[in-house]
Write a protein that binds this ligand. Sequence first.
Ligand code: 5AD
Length: 363
Amino acid sequence: MNNFIKKTLDFSKDLKDLIDKLEAEQTLSKEEWMTLIQHRSAESDAYLAERARAVQQKHYGNQIYVRGLIEFTNYCKNDCYYCGIRRSNSHAQRYRLTPEQILDCCHQGYKLGFRTFVLQGGEDGFYTDAILVDLISRIRQEFPNCAITLSIGERSKESYQAFYDAGANRYLLRHETYNQTHYSHLHPATLTAQNRQRCLWDLKEVGYQVGTGIMVGSPGQTSEHLAEDLLFMKKLNPQMIGIGPFIPHHDTPFANQESGTMELTLFLLSAIRLMIPKVLLPATTALGTIAPDGRERGILAGANVIMPNLSPTNVREKYLLYDNKLHTGDESAQAVLHLQKSMKNIGYQIVVDRGDSKNKKNL
Ligand code: 5AD
């Protein structure tokens, strides 16, 4: 009997049954989710990860997708209690990339093989709809075969429509937490769970491929909240789900709160892989920040996307959402080489997917 089978026999049959049910039916009730979350153990986590990897391999083989992240502004009008670039943080050194700098990042990324650019920023009033429409149109024109992903927060449905019409295809907006009370524990009263969710449904209606997600172990988060988050994700059925541990930032009201754990994050990655088998699931920077091998462990728990930073190196340390954010200081090219190696070490391969299998090439 090999080690793994021995281990799986140790944990209660009920948990194994729940995991098998999740894999078979791709859903659980709120009570079942809470049971699984509250009673999970090293053994059940190992079994869950094993099943998640089987599903990941079935749909994606050993292929890992990359998306180039361009953090183009750290100005933000919001004051989220957890975030290092919140408006009230007067210690943050603010920066904005110009459209030319952003296009330059895309060009460099393209040369490295990236075919998806993620434009992420704080909610910065400088970037009006008109400026963004112009920028998106230019990227669309110069990179007709690339996906343009936006991650710029809450806007009106009309704005989302205008960006879509200009050529954006995807939008990332974490719901952060589904539960209204918990949402208001993490955000000032100007922001509501309801409006955040409204944005996500609007984005879907406009036609975007949508990404949502949460911080794992955020202050005040309970297993009931997590169960509600999982049910919301199931209902929204997004193309991507980004989750990473909460990590305190020293200049925020949550400076002294505990980080989320690696174990719970890996558990959730595996659970999400079984719940929405084909979802794109990044092993996030936050996961790579709480442990040096965090992203590799994320892949081994069922994740299949990595989002390397394409921002100019001199601004990277300014986009500090949380303390000690992983940044190697490497130029993008160097970082990609490192990533290729570390993925190869765990049996995976970074690919560029241009949409048809003939043009799929190794990066
Ligand atoms: N720790 C971990 N993740 C954070 N984010 C913001 N602040 C933190 C933090 N302190 C996440 C939020 C946001 C995404 C861009 O970064 O979930 O949606």
